[in-house]
Design a binder for this molecule. Structure first.
Ligand SMILES: N[C@@H](CCC(=O)N[C@@H](CS)C(=O)NCC(=O)O)C(=O)O
Length: 202
């Protein structure tokens, strides 16, 4: 049974959303998100940089959310939720899958980290603005891409929509005024998926 160590609304949502879409059994273990707990040897043994999520599949332990998705798809999805490797869509599928974390969610995560490390008056607005601008650039690129499309790649929902959808979820919580009109319909389509609602509540 897949074991997902998670904190509500964090990146473990991606793996929960994926398992729900695939109908795969999994178990969620909620962890204490305090920096103190994440610094413990016990947690660092699972995630050496003290972040969440962690995925355990028997003896296999992973600490990078999009890699977890790729692992679950490779092992357990029988070709679902992604184009075939031979398909012309495959390269773009991989691109959006990794863009969702590496380029898009990263500045958003740093806004959260900044708020924790520099609370109240210590906040440096220029730093937060700069990260929000980087995320807004990604939101604009996604909005331009999905205009007139149902999903990011081809004409079917894929795991890339989960990866990027999690980033939009973060942006909608942190910088809602910067979520452009161009991706409203797409974002509503993602939020209407029952698997999204379950992952969000988990
Ligand atoms: N690239 C990693 C990022 C993990 C990450 O930043 N997780 C956040 C929660 S969503 C976290 O643990 N933040 C605490 C911190 O960075 O101190 C992944 O996708 O798993």
């Amino acid at each position: 049974m897949l074991q997902i160590y998670h904190v509500t609304t964090t990146r473990g949502m991606r793996v929960i959303w994926l398992c729900e879409e695939l109908g795969l059994p999994y178990e969620v273990t909620k962890i204490d998100f305090s920096p103190a707990f994440r610094a413990t040897p016990e947690w660092r043994a699972l995630n050496p940089v003290g972040k969440v999520p962690v995925l355990a599949d028997g003896e296999t332990v992973m600490f990078e959310s999009c890699a977890m998705m790729q692992y679950v798809l490779d092992r357990y999805a029988d070709g679902a939720l992604r184009p075939a490797v031979e398909s012309p869509d495959y390269a773009h599928y991989l691109q959006w899958l990794w863009f969702g974390e590496a380029t898009f969610s990263r500045p958003l995560g740093e806004i959260v980290n900044h708020g924790r490390e520099f609370p109240g008056d210590a906040r440096i607005p220029e730093v937060v603005d700069e990260m929000a601008n980087r995320a807004a650039d990604c939101l604009r690129a996604i909005g331009d891409h999905v205009a007139g499309r149902e999903f990011l790649v081809g004409d079917a929902f894929t795991a890339a929509d989960i990866s990027v959808g999690y980033g939009i979820h973060l942006a909608d919580m942190l910088t809602p005024e910067r979520v452009p009109e161009t991706l409203r319909d797409y974002w509503q389509r993602l939020q209407a998926r029952p698997a999204f609602a379950i992952a969000k509540a988990a």
